[in-house]
Design a protein around this ligand. Structure first.
Ligand SMILES: *Cc1c(COP(=O)(O)O)cnc(C)c1O
Length: 371
């Protein structure tokens, strides 16, 4: 007989998932009800309202894609981009590259703005590219590039894009709830995120928001959205405000209970307080790592507080150290992704995992294993 799975208790300080608070896990264990049950619909309305709070937006079209962050990325691009549309894609890591790949799969023409990995996107490089491509319709970029630890200036990039008559598609998977993100004030047209980074809910859900300009654009498409599952026109009949809910797909009911509770906790703390906590704990971690002689990969001023990318010290066995942290300390930190493998570690301080206690524990554990 196979026995029930009992996962070990870990401290998750990698690039996501982050630690899930017991309140969120408890919420997920509540009874499953029908996804068209009036009580469930009331819960969905709460989720939508709390996401508007987290995204700092009044966008009516704010909801949750029933799949992980990559599906949010796909939903954003597949709804906005039609075949032959030109999209300027800023690439300073793995996730910018993924955006480009999705644009091309939609039949769009991707024009890359390549940036050295570990650096924020250079606004001047975006401006130059847009001058060379006056027919571009969209600019896509990653706010917090989790693969390298670099935070770009979303406000400035969006201003430049709008000046060149482009709408912006923004990846806020790692930034939402962790660093300042102002969807309305910065006029970000389409923004998606993920449940398992700074919101600290389990993976598998992707919050997304479209402003009125983006919605009008989708309504005026010449071609149907290539994806049935991710077509916003259909999804909104399910998540929509005034209209009667129509069956689209069976929502991941208990997973949404978890996200609901995570958002309740974010409201209780206050979004600005959450930004502050992430910044303060990152500052503490930077001090601790400096005391171990470790160096950051990203220059100061361009770092994501909730994802600290540090250079693996000379002569240190990357995999051996991470496995000792996991086995002896039950502590997970992130390896380098793609070309960064073996070069950096990514220490996450996301959501419920962003605590002073975790900072001190991580620094002590590293001191021990690096001896
Ligand atoms: C994690 C992440 C994604 C992908 O999210 P999944 O839930 O793993 O699909 C996309 N973009 C960024 C910046 C991320 O950090």
């Amino acid at each position: 007989m196979t026995r029930s799975f009992q996962p070990p208790q870990r401290i998750l300080m990698g690039p996501g998932p982050s630690d899930v608070h017991p309140r969120v896990l408890a919420a997920m264990a509540r009874p499953t009800i029908g996804h068209l049950d009036p009580e469930f619909i009331r819960m969905m309305d709460d989720v939508k309202r709390m996401l508007q709070y987290a995204f700092r937006t009044k966008n009516e079209m704010t909801f949750v894609v029933s799949a992980p962050g990559s599906a949010g990325m796909e939903a954003a691009i597949v709804n906005m981009v039609e075949p032959e549309d030109k999209v300027v894609v800023c690439i300073n890591g793995v996730f910018g590259g993924r955006m480009k790949s999705i644009v091309e799969r939609c039949g769009g023409v991707a024009v890359p703005v390549e940036q050295e990995w570990g650096r924020a996107i250079d606004p001047n490089a975006l401006e130059d590219t847009l001058k060379q491509h006056p027919d571009a319709k969209f600019v896509a970029f990653v706010h917090a590039e989790t693969s390298t630890g670099a935070l770009s200036d979303a406000k400035t990039l969006a201003e430049i894009a709008h000046r060149h008559n482009c709408m912006v598609i923004v990846d806020a998977v790692t930034s939402l709830g962790g660093s300042p993100l102002e969807v309305d004030r910065w006029e970000l047209d389409v923004v998606y995120s993920g449940s398992q980074k700074c919101l600290s809910a389990p993976p598998g859900l992707s919050p997304i928001t479209f402003n009125e300009r983006a919605v009008a654009h989708i309504r005026n498409r010449k071609t149907p959205v290539q994806s049935w599952f991710l077509d916003v026109n259909l999804l909104m009949q399910y998540w929509g405000g005034e209209t009667k809910r129509a069956y689209h797909h069976t929502a991941p009911i208990n997973n949404l209970y978890g996200l609901h509770e995570a958002l309740v906790m974010l409201e209780e703390e206050g979004i600005e307080e959450a930004w502050k906590r992430h910044a303060e704990n990152s500052a503490r971690l930077q001090q601790g790592l400096a005391s171990l002689g470790m160096e950051y990969f990203v220059p100061e001023g361009e770092r994501i507080p909730q994802l600290n990318a540090v250079k693996i010290p000379e002569g240190v066995d990357d995999a051996a150290i991470r496995s000792r942290l996991l086995n002896e300390f039950h502590l997970e930190i992130g390896a380098g992704l793609g070309p960064m493998a073996g070069k950096i570690w990514r220490i996450g301080l996301m959501g419920a995992a962003s605590t002073t206690r975790n900072v001190l524990y991580c620094v002590s554990a590293l001191r021990e294993v690096l001896k």
